[in-house]
Design a protein around this ligand. Structure first.
Ligand code: ZN
Length: 278
């Protein structure tokens, strides 16, 4: 784990009978931020049990019950969640009170065409969904504003994390130097092998650093450390290293705690990242 020194780091927590994970800055007041664990819900089969994704073939009633209990544990209302389409792009939308509930009951109603959401309005809970990709939580405590971003390999290659920093500066007057960022649980370099084409694109963009490892037995491909790549992108965008928390858990290594697209070979549930200004 490459966690910052001055940061208390990601921690596992429990509320309302549910386990979840929170970046260190979420304990300081002003903001709620959490990443779900798969245990404690009503879904069955490959979605067992706290599946929060409505778009993966699970029973919608079970998913909505799961969302209700996860949000209640965080002191939020699942009816207010603002979701986005998550198209593996690099666009981020600024949302406000009028967007409350978009995608809360119907994935078709989610904010289209974007992989991240940002707001400076308290009580507008942002939600993004994961089955191995990297959740990024952004918080400016001085001029309170938040952003929540989904970064898979395409989003990482497109530097969506840096786009979130720029967007928060432009729209909310946020400063990268005081920004706090959480990098949530995602697939680790232990499990994330990619083919030669993807490995080549990363090597071209980021060089052959430790974040893009050739690995014996992976043939022409390699292993990507998406969390570390996003940390490097954030640091290059001006976020202080000690203000970035990286969660230490690989989603593919811990099937009892996390849904993993890679580990399940496709059919599985989704965890949610949820974030709201208080
Ligand atoms: Zn792993």
């Amino acid at each position: 784990m490459d966690a910052g020194r001055a940061s208390p780091g990601f921690r596992a927590e429990e509320a309302g009978g549910l386990a979840y994970y929170a970046p260190g800055f979420a304990g300081g007041g002003g903001v709620r931020a959490a990443f779900s664990n798969r245990r404690g819900g009503w879904s069955r089969g490959p979605y067992s049990t706290l599946n929060l994704g409505l778009h993966v073939g699970d029973d919608p009633q079970a998913v909505l019950s799961n969302r209700a209990s996860f949000c209640a544990a965080l002191g939020l209302n699942h009816r207010d969640l603002v979701a986005c389409a998550q198209v593996h792009g690099t666009a981020i939308a600024v949302v406000g009170p009028g967007d409350r509930g978009r995608g809360a009951f119907d994935p078709g109603g989610a904010v289209p065409g974007v992989d991240g959401l940002a707001t400076d309005v308290p009580g507008v809970p942002l939600a993004t969904f994961y089955g191995d990709c990297v959740p990024l939580f952004f918080f400016d405590p001085v001029r309170p504003a938040v952003a929540l971003v989904h970064a898979g390999w395409r989003g990482t290659l497109g530097r969506i994390a840096a786009r979130a920093v720029s967007l928060m500066r432009e729209h909310f007057g946020a400063s990268p130097e005081r920004m706090l960022v959480g990098i949530g649980p995602s697939i680790g370099a232990c499990c994330y092998t990619v083919g030669p084409e993807v490995a080549g694109m990363f090597a071209q963009q980021f060089g052959t650093a430790a974040e893009v490892r050739p690995h014996p037995g992976d043939g022409e491909g390699g292993r990507l450390d998406l969390a570390l790549l996003n940390r490097r992108i954030l640091e290059a965008a001006g976020v202080r290293s000690e203000q970035i928390d990286t969660a230490p858990w690989c989603t593919s290594c811990h099937p009892e705690e996390f849904f993993s697209h890679r580990a399940s070979r496709g059919i599985t549930g989704r965890m949610a990242a949820v974030m709201a200004l208080e």
